[in-house]
Design a protein around this ligand. Structure first.
Ligand code: SF4
Ligand code: SF4
Length: 342
């Protein structure tokens, strides 16, 4: 249980975060000329090796902190509302707290996606002091197996530490699909998250080739039970997942490259983690013209897309600015270094 002081601090921070979130929503509705959410990768390396994952390696070095500052300042200059630090495993970056602090110094909301393995009380306190505003851990199963070691059995102690020490919001994401062997584990994980005072969400994952496999009957049942647990979550507005669960396409306008930016460890802007390679323009030279072009560019991968964060930010513009197909911008790096999923 958190101390009274921690609870009060947590409530004050939640109020501040919610007020800033409301301001960001008002700005998003008033203007289409700035990114709402950017994912930034300070480190591609990960301490785990989930078999469905195409977003990590086991050797790369951290991006130098000065370079991270330049990228964050550029996101601030573009008017970005929220920056989520992701990986690989971002907690392996030796100066992650400074990176978080820089995001806040630019007036942006700071979030972190981690596998949670490196969380200890002192590390959580440092994240508090750095100004982290929300954190998400994705837990794949109750017991570790050959697909994933992101398991409740291993991570429950970490969740208890977060419940005790974190001033920031915590969301636990569980998954169905993509070769997860025991889909019913998602429910156990979601209920545990709610019991500890966190929000809970469910994602539908692709397999190791980035392909979406339709959910089986059992997986679909679990998925719908999980959605009921999501009541308290800020990500509730994701009805698109219902179609994906049934193997149906979605008719929507993906605003990746404009409202959502994925900044890889090399500092290139990509549509998202599953479309690395487009437009692959350095963030340092990314302009309002790039934002405006991508805002109205139709993405051929949209109908079967599972990238929920891009769906969520694109909702703000679903009612305006129809899109059209456009010739791809020449990639800035050799094609064999990129990941492009049709
Ligand atoms: S912990 Fe995350 S980044 Fe690391 S291998 Fe698993 S899914 Fe990929
Ligand atoms: S995979 Fe999804 S989020 Fe990424 S570019 Fe395609 S439609 Fe957009």
């Amino acid at each position: 249980m958190p101390s009274v002081l921690t609870s009060l601090r947590r409530q004050a921070k939640a109020l501040n975060r919610n007020l800033r979130g409301m301001k960001a929503v008002a700005r998003a509705l008033a203007s289409t000329d700035h990114p709402l959410l950017a994912h930034i990768i300070p480190m591609r390396r990960c301490n785990l090796a989930c078999t469905y994952c195409n977003e990590f390696d086991d050797f790369s070095k951290p991006v130098p902190t000065e370079e991270m500052y330049r990228r964050i300042d550029k996101l601030g200059a573009l008017g970005t509302s929220v920056v989520t630090i992701s990986g690989g495993e971002p907690l392996m970056h030796p100066e992650l707290d400074d990176v978080i602090h820089r995001i806040r110094a630019n007036g942006m909301i700071a979030g972190l996606i981690t596998n949670g393995y490196l969380l200890v009380p002192e590390r959580i306190q440092r994240l508090n002091r750095a100004g982290l505003e929300w954190l998400q851990i994705s837990i794949d199963n109750v017991n570790p197996d050959e697909v994933s070691k992101k398991s409740l059995k291993v991570l429950d102690k970490k969740l208890q530490l977060l419940a005790e020490h974190a001033d920031f919001h915590v969301n636990i994401n569980s998954v169905v699909g993509g070769g997860i062997i025991h889909p019913q584990d998602a429910l156990v994980i979601g209920r545990r998250a709610v019991e500890l005072g966190f929000t809970s969400t469910v994602g539908i994952i692709h397999d190791g080739d980035g392909q979406l496999q339709p959910l089986s009957g059992e997986e679909r049942r679990i998925y719908h039970e999980m959605k009921a647990l999501e009541k308290r979550s800020f990500t509730r507005v994701n009805a698109f997942q219902d179609n994906i669960a049934q193997g149906l396409p979605n008719d929507w306008r993906c605003r990746a490259g404009a409202r959502y930016l994925y900044i890889c460890e090399n500092g290139l802007v990509h549509y998202c983690s599953q479309q690395r390679g487009y437009p692959a323009v350095p963030l340092a030279t990314y302009t309002r013209e790039d934002l405006r072009r991508e805002y109205v560019t139709e993405k051929s991968c949209a109908p079967h897309c599972t990238v929920s964060c891009v769906h969520q930010v694109s909702i703000f513009d679903s009612w305006r600015a129809p899109q059209h197909s456009a010739p791809p911008v020449p990639a800035a790096v050799p094609a064999d270094e990129l990941v492009q999923i049709k």
